[in-house]
Design a protein around this ligand. Structure first.
Ligand SMILES: *[C@@H]1O[C@H](CO)[C@@H](O)[C@H](O)[C@H]1NC(C)=O
Ligand SMILES: *[C@@H]1O[C@H](CO)[C@@H](O)[C@H](O)[C@H]1NC(C)=O
Ligand SMILES: *[C@@H]1O[C@H](CO)[C@@H](O)[C@H](O)[C@H]1NC(C)=O
Length: 683
């Protein structure tokens, strides 16, 4: 209400001064909707008002600083309170700013709104001191300064939380409280990340509550309503800080990275919300990296004589770089619930640099979920595989990221380690340990060297061990959902590592929206999964069985047998087993060099795991024991009359799985009889 009243006061004055007005003062408050004509600002260092009416604090030089102050002092003390001559009244400030680095994406150090005892910050230093403090004054109560910093460099000496934060500073560059730049969306409550050095204009609000002695800072993209939830709150009693005569202004500094810091407009009020800045009359944020104007410049340069050749090349190169950079989407998203997963977040810049800007030459492959790029993390030198997953709908993203983040905490020598993720508007980037030897699939069918039996057996046991960890050994049950040869990767020592956790979930959800298709890969999908769509550890066991048979035989779980017939691997191996010719099922490439005992054991474990009845399949712990020879494998009955895929088919068609499951022997005549009974009962 107060705000409206003030707007009414301010607007006529705006008209009176015309569009070029600078500040309008109404009883201790002021509004600058642009700085054209603001001749009485106190400017120091690199600070100046551009012909377009923009307050420029730094001019793009390295290690420079500038500050600008509203000319008249603030009256922040006393007021109505009789006993509180020392109390500082509530006040509010708002401002529209932009941080425009000379090289897109690489800027520093930052900009601050400062309330100080004088209009002279000449003793402040550049770089991490943001132009308003120096190494001796930092931390001293004699400064009598309060500032809100928009800092784009992580300075460990000031315990900065990251390289993109908003902090409340009282006499010191170590913030009382700070938060990564962003805002809470009023509609959804989601936290949305903002990148300060993006070269985009943003608005900030600073509200000091004198009664509660609390400072709230709120940030939003320019033109957006002020979000109701502040970004950061700091408890600070300014009664001992702010002097009787105090000034409000801005300070900014650069370090090695050349950057221009701008303020487009600001407003201030005591005891009420800062008046609205007139957005319509704000000057445009100067953009030094506009690809359009640069292309024109490049064309002109090309028309120049050969002498200009070198310059042209440089311009074109710069241009291409700029255009490429401009295509970077700086809209990384981060929400409240992601804070606990913070450790797993990677910045887009980092991943983009790691993969050379996702260049095609670094493309490792592209599969069902998206493209995978090879990269090297610039900070640690770690080799990574970066997967770009496009996510059409934002629905379910939270759950999915939560799952991805959960997966980041899993540690096992047979799992591909997830190193971190980065989330953009409709894209998710996942960084994994790089696996130099590719997938098992590429060795079976992709022309990579054939694996020996010893290697295959080690892979089988490795996958079993990884699944056991997921199903039984971690703090909660994790179902992989997409065990298959192309998802089993090989590290430098040819150890098997399971990749692509959780992604099937995402796929599931997308698929559910369109059709009722179940995630997974044909031939690896357990019958009850196809029927109900519900994945469980036992559906993983089924897929593991199919994978095991595949690795041993070198044949895909389902192959086209010609004449529109299909060869189902389980049935084929089962036939071999019934005929006592199991050893003949082995991949011809290793026929001579395999341990027949191991092979026969492995194939029988594979058959057991591939059983259409979930209740007959062993758990992964049993599988490990069978494979190690620590427990006897249950006998497979020979009187099986029906292909297992047939059984599965019937089960799919509404056959009562319970009755089938109640039979302990998977292929005995008892089982077939109960099957018949239930079938006739069903009719
Ligand atoms: C640091 O700032 C203080 C207070 O403004 C000033 O007295 C002092 O001379 C400055 N020190 C340096 C090294 O500039
Ligand atoms: C700055 O001052 C704070 C105290 O407010 C202190 O913790 C910090 O170490 C100081 N940093 C430097 C670099 O002087
Ligand atoms: C810091 O700010 C956050 C976000 O507003 C708030 O939740 C938290 O309580 C604050 N911490 C302190 C110590 O004031």
């Amino acid at each position: 209400m107060m705000l409206e009243a003030n707007c009414v006061c301010v607007l006529p004055l705006l008209f009176f001064w015309g569009l070029h007005l600078a500040a309008v003062a109404v009883s201790g408050e002021f509004v600058y909707s642009g700085f054209a004509g603001a001749t009485d600002l106190a400017l120091h260092g690199a600070a100046m008002v551009t012909p377009g009416g923009v307050l420029q604090l730094t001019d793009g030089a390295a290690v420079s600083k500038g500050d600008a102050f509203h000319p008249t002092p603030l009256h922040l003390r006393g007021g109505g309170k009789e006993d509180g001559a020392a109390a500082v009244r509530s006040f509010s400030a708002s401002f529209v700013f932009g941080i425009v680095p000379v090289t897109p994406g690489m800027g520093g150090h930052g900009l601050a709104l400062v309330v100080a005892p004088s209009r002279d910050l000449s003793t402040g230093t550049a770089s991490s001191y943001l132009g308003f403090l120096n190494s001796t004054s930092n931390g001293s109560a004699r400064n009598h300064m309060v500032a809100v910093e928009l800092d784009t460099i992580q300075s460990p000496e000031f315990q900065d939380i990251d390289d993109n934060h908003v902090g409340v500073d009282v006499n010191s560059l170590v913030s009382v409280n700070s938060s990564s730049a962003g805002f809470y969306d009023d509609r959804t409550g989601e936290f949305r990340n903002l990148i300060l050095v993006s070269g985009e204009a943003m608005q900030a609000w600073v509200d000091y509550d004198g009664g509660a002695t609390r400072i709230d800072v709120t940030l939003a993209p320019v033109g957006a309503e002020k979000p109701s939830k502040p970004l950061v709150s700091a408890s600070a009693d300014l009664s001992t800080v702010i002097t009787d005569v105090a000034y409000v202004g801005f300070s900014a500094s650069t370090g090695k990275l050349r950057t221009r810091h701008y303020v487009l407009g600001c407003s201030f009020a005591v005891d009420e919300p800062a008046p609205a800045i007139d957005m319509a009359s704000l000057p445009k944020l100067p953009r030094h990296a506009s690809p359009k104007s640069k292309s024109k410049a490049a064309l002109l340069a090309i028309a120049l004589p050969v002498v200009a050749g070198v310059v042209t090349l440089a311009t074109v190169a710069g241009c291409v770089l700029l255009i490429v950079r401009r295509r970077y989407r700086y809209v990384e998203l981060r929400e409240d619930w992601e804070i606990e997963f913070g450790a797993h977040r990677l910045s887009y810049m980092e991943l983009s640099r790691a993969t050379g800007g996702f260049k095609n030459k670094n493309l490792l492959g592209s599969g069902g979920f998206g493209a995978v790029f090879k990269g090297v993390l610039p900070t640690s030198g770690t080799e990574v595989a970066v997967k770009r997953v496009t996510h059409g709908s934002r629905q379910g993203m939270k759950e999915f990221v939560a799952e991805v983040a959960t997966v980041g905490r899993l540690r096992h020598r047979n799992l591909v380690q997830l190193l971190g993720y980065c989330r953009l508007e409709d894209e998710l980037l996942l960084a994994y340990d790089y696996m130099p030897n590719g997938s098992v699939e590429s060795h079976l069918y992709g022309g990579k060297p054939a694996l020996s039996w010893a290697q295959r057996f080690q892979i089988i046991r490795g996958v079993a061990s990884g699944l056991l960890y997921l199903h039984e050994e971690w703090e909660q049950v994790v179902v992989h959902r997409d065990v298959k040869a192309s998802n089993i990767l090989l590290d430098g020592e040819m150890n098997a590592r399971l990749g692509d956790f959780g992604l099937a979930r995402l796929h599931d959800r997308d698929a559910e929206l369109r059709t009722t298709v179940v995630a997974g890969t044909f031939g690896y999908i357990a019958p009850e999964l196809a029927l109900t769509g519900r994945a469980s550890p036992l559906t993983d066991v089924f897929a593991f069985g199919a994978f095991l048979l595949e690795v041993a035989t070198g044949r895909r779980p389902v192959e086209d047998g010609g004449n529109s017939s299909r060869l189902v691997l389980v049935d084929w191996v089962f036939e071999h087993w019934r005929n006592g010719s199991l050893v003949e099922a082995v991949d011809p490439r290793i026929q001579g060099d395999c341990d027949v005992g191991e092979l026969s054991l492995a194939l029988r474990v594979g058959l057991l795991c591939s059983h259409p009845l979930a209740s007959v399949r062993p758990g992964m712990r049993q599988v490990m024991q069978y494979l190690a020879g620590d427990a006897p494998l249950p006998e497979l009955a020979t009187t099986h009359h029906m292909g297992m895929s047939m059984l599965a088919l019937l089960q799919n068609q509404g056959f009562d799985a319970f009755v089938m499951a109640s039979s302990s022997s998977w292929s005995s005549s008892v089982s077939v009889r109960s099957f018949d009974t239930s079938l006739s009962r069903g009719r």
